[in-house]
Design a protein around this ligand. Structure first.
Ligand code: UDP
Length: 650
């Protein structure tokens, strides 16, 4: 039951690792450096209060209530948000944790709930300052002029400072060597300008708590595409375009690119300011991408055509880029806030507690929708774009740990069936909640132009087979054409930090290692220090003396693969590198089929994989219903965040 799980997990203290991370980056301090927050519950109080206060701005139904009824309503909601956050069953993205309450008097943020008055909530709304920025994902357009480029550089600096990650599609910039009328000179091309963005972000940290994160995309038909693919060559994680992930944008449908590849066809390079003529074989492009990704992990691929295919506002609006980790595709000046439910905490002896998952999903949607209204964006154009479509990114974390608890191997049909059912269930209930909010508070302003309203059978998912398909179709047939508060609702983020706060596995990823050393940046310095970790579920499933006897080898290898223990246990407790690339892809597809935004997933390859193996993954990717691809060959980048002691030594 939901309330039982909430009570259980509210009492469980975050681990030492989690507290360490919270203390370093999340707990609020006075300007003199004194901690105001000392526990996760303090953070949960602050965030729940601020997000509940949004009801004063976005809930027209409140107008009909008396003052005391309004107050009761908001307090009830704050309590509901607090319980969910305090249990760590749901955690919003880091900027919401960092910045909720910025500018507000501390006294108002931590006052006991019983003493809160309606005026206190109003004051919270009024006192938010320019740092009250709660979203993780942004896309900034870059215009093909010096003015346009440097406007975007400034916008990058402002968004980074506020704590957001930014993506741009640089295809608008004319290619290297093309004519510049203003100077009678030659353009230096998108890649050279990306270095300017990289430098700008290098000197602006995200709210002093973490480094910036950027995504640079160039479409496959841009004349500079071959140089772009190797733009991070020589990258050791520190030097070349350090803040950028780079990806090749695929504006056409996935199947179309596959067809060109299969018949050994070409792409005609194209830019309105370019007079050259050139066609390149797709096979040549794919080969070069594979070579480069084999060396450095970059570039990835983003299937923009696929994203627009399921985008409710397309073609009225267009997705042009993704955020840095790829889970959200956005149009110009759009932003999105994320939050994730820890599936591992929803496990009971009978399997997944579906009622609890439904309740958590519904409260999380309401929470994320409120975040939009208490958000303060550094640029007006962003504020406007966000409020027009009210995009949300609710996702999951803890999937790998859930599978461990249920004795299901990640690379199995059973795991994929569970993934589809969980995601389809969340898709159904999150969209029902979004429609309910639409009825209660108003649809998103562009709703009438959206395909929810204008098309008979529009569903924002590619769909597969799950237990909830009929209900999903029914929802989009009967309810969504009338009510929808959010253009899109779901996304699966990496949850790089929040999964550590939740003491769970990240996103939909398998565990990287069962025992490992995690290097964490010390505050205000580039120095890193090690935190040791052994998977909690493994600790619960194996006797302590057995764990102790294998600990050294486990920390060295990260996997059980080479240990002499029960084969059944080994089969269940697989880690990333035990899983074949195709099984990674199939899991990405299983989830993506019921997610309207995208998914952040890395397809891990062993160090011994060849460039041809990478090509094979690309071709497989084009055959599956996914919206992007990131591959990573173990050991190809020296500064990976997680590392087994073995890979540290090499
Ligand atoms: N992000 C960022 N800087 C970082 C990590 C993440 O700007 O150092 C942004 C980026 O857009 C990424 C998104 O936050 O895609 C979500 O990342 P993640 O889930 O790892 O963030 P968390 O909420 O766990 O900190």
């Amino acid at each position: 039951m939901y309330s039982d799980l909430i009570e259980k997990y509210k009492k469980i203290q975050p681990s030492q690792n989690a507290v360490r991370i919270l203390t370093e980056r999340y707990f609020i301090k006075t300007p003199a450096g004194e901690f105001i927050e000392k526990s996760w519950h303090d953070v949960a109080h602050r965030v729940a209060r601020v997000v509940a206060s949004a009801e004063l701005i976005n809930n027209p139904a409140l107008e009909n209530l008396s003052k005391s009824e309004k107050l009761d309503y908001i307090k009830l909601l704050e309590k509901e948000f607090f319980d969910l956050l305090a249990s760590r069953i749901f955690i919003p993205n880091s900027p919401t944790l960092f910045n909720s309450g910025m500018g507000v008097d501390y006294e108002l943020l931590y006052k006991p709930l019983e003493q809160m008055e309606l005026d206190d909530y109003s004051k919270i709304i009024q006192m938010r300052n320019h740092l009250h920025m709660l979203s993780a994902c942004f896309v900034v357009p870059v215009e093909d002029s010096i003015d346009g480029i440097f406007t975007a550089v400034k916008e990058y600096a402002l968004i980074t400072k506020a704590g957001g990650g930014i993506g741009s599609n640089f295809s608008s910039l004319r290619p290297n060597g093309s004519f510049v009328a203003g100077t009678h000179g030659k353009a230096s091309g998108p890649i050279s300008f990306m270095h300017v963005f990289n430098s700008a972000v290098s000197v602006v940290e995200q709210g002093y708590r973490r480094r910036g994160a950027l995504m640079g995309i160039l479409n496959i038909d841009h004349p500079d595409i071959m140089d772009f693919i190797s733009a991070k060559k020589g990258n050791d994680g520190e030097k070349v375009l350090r803040f950028f992930n780079i990806s090749v944008g695929i504006p056409m449908r996935r199947e179309e690119l596959l067809r060109i590849y299969e018949r050994d066809g070409t792409i005609r390079l194209n830019h309105s300011k370019w007079h050259g003529e050139k066609e390149i074989k797709v096979r040549e492009i794919i080969q070069k991408m594979a070579q480069s990704a084999w060396e450095t992990g970059d570039p990835g691929m983003v299937f923009l055509g696929e994203m627009n295919r399921y985008y409710a506002l397309y073609p009225h609006k267009e997705i042009i880029s993704t955020n840095p980790c790829g889970e959200i595709g956005l149009g110009a000046y759009e932003a999105c806030n994320l939050g994730s439910i820890d599936l591992a905490k929803l496990y009971t002896q009978n399997g997944v507690d579906w009622d609890a998952l439904e309740k958590a999903t519904r409260i999380a949607v309401r929470f994320l929708d409120n975040v939009i209204d208490v958000n303060v964006f550094p640029i007006d154009k962003i504020s406007k774009a966000v409020k027009e479509s009210r995009r949300l990114g609710l996702g999951i974390m803890g999937f790998a740990d859930l599978l461990y608890k249920m004795d299901i191997p990640y690379d199995s049909e059973e795991a994929r069936r569970l993934a589809k059912n969980i995601m389809a269930f969340m898709a159904l209930h999150s969209h029902e909640e979004s429609s309910k909010l639409g009825e209660e508070k108003g649809n998103f302003p562009l709703f009438e132009q959206s395909r929810y309203h204008t098309e008979d059978d529009f569903v924002p998912f590619s769909m597969d087979e799950s237990d909830y398909d009929e209900e999903i179709f029914e929802h989009f047939r009967n309810v969504a054409p009338k009510f929808k508060r959010n253009v899109a609702v779901l996304a699966i983020a990496p949850t790089g930090s929040i999964s550590n706060i939740a003491d769970t596995s990240s996103g939909l990823e398998p565990n990287f290692l069962l025992a490992y050393v995690r290097y964490v940046n010390k505050q205000n310095s580039d120095e890193r220090e090690p935190l040791f970790y052994v998977n909690e579920v493994l600790k619960q499933k194996l006797p302590e003396d057995l764990i102790n006897s294998i600990k050294d080898k486990l920390v060295e290898d990260g996997t059980l693969k080479h240990l002499e223990i029960d084969e059944e246990i080994k089969r269940v407790f697989v880690v990333s590198h035990d899983i074949k690339p195709i099984d990674h892809l199939l899991m990405q597809e299983a989830f993506q089929c019921y997610v309207d935004n995208n998914i952040s997933k890395t397809i891990n390859l062993p160090n011994s994989a060849t460039v041809d193996d990478v090509v094979e993954v690309y071709i497989e990717a084009l055959k599956h219903k996914i919206r992007g691809l990131t591959i990573y060959r173990d050991g190809s980048l020296q500064t990976q965040v997680l590392t087994s002691t073995k890979s540290l030594k090499t």
